[in-house]
Design a protein around this ligand. Sequence first.
Ligand SMILES: [Ca+2]
Ligand SMILES: [Ca+2]
Length: 184
Amino acid sequence: MLSRLQKRKVVDLFYLLDQDRDGAVHWSDLDRIGSYVCLARGWSRDDDPARGLRTAHRLFWQSLLWSIGTTDEGGLRLDAWETHVERMHRAFQEGKRDVAARCADAWFQLLDADGDGVVGREDYRAWLLALGSSANADAAFDRLDADDDGVLDRGEVRLRWAEWIMADDADALGNVLATGRLSG
Ligand SMILES: [Ca+2]
Ligand SMILES: [Ca+2]
């Protein structure tokens, strides 16, 4: 059972991901976000970073379907997302670090749009812009980058993602990872 705060995070992400607002998230929504990221970075569809990003988005989508135990047909409705997050809670509680790490790494690949091995400020700005989030990307990035070295490395993303999933404390840094904000 998700707490009110945990649910707020999932709901906020869900409505931003559902780009065509048909009440479910499909691959086409994610693909559209990927195209917006490319636009924001000035990449054309056949550029190497654009190809890499599309692969990362595909892997993210597949890992999500795998985690939820479904196929793309009909898309992922809000209750499926909540089930996914509840499953991640259990994975943490049961010490299944490989399951949690796999999901966190899928997020890392998604956010590291240029594929240079770290999530830089430009990566993160483009993600929030593509998502359509109203958040101040720089403020959110500064909050996430707790060691203040100007990038989010894989370990940092794993930590912040764990907080995004698990934290029930409004001050937890990772609350803003997915959408740049803690709305509602
Ligand atoms: Ca990067
Ligand atoms: Ca950092």
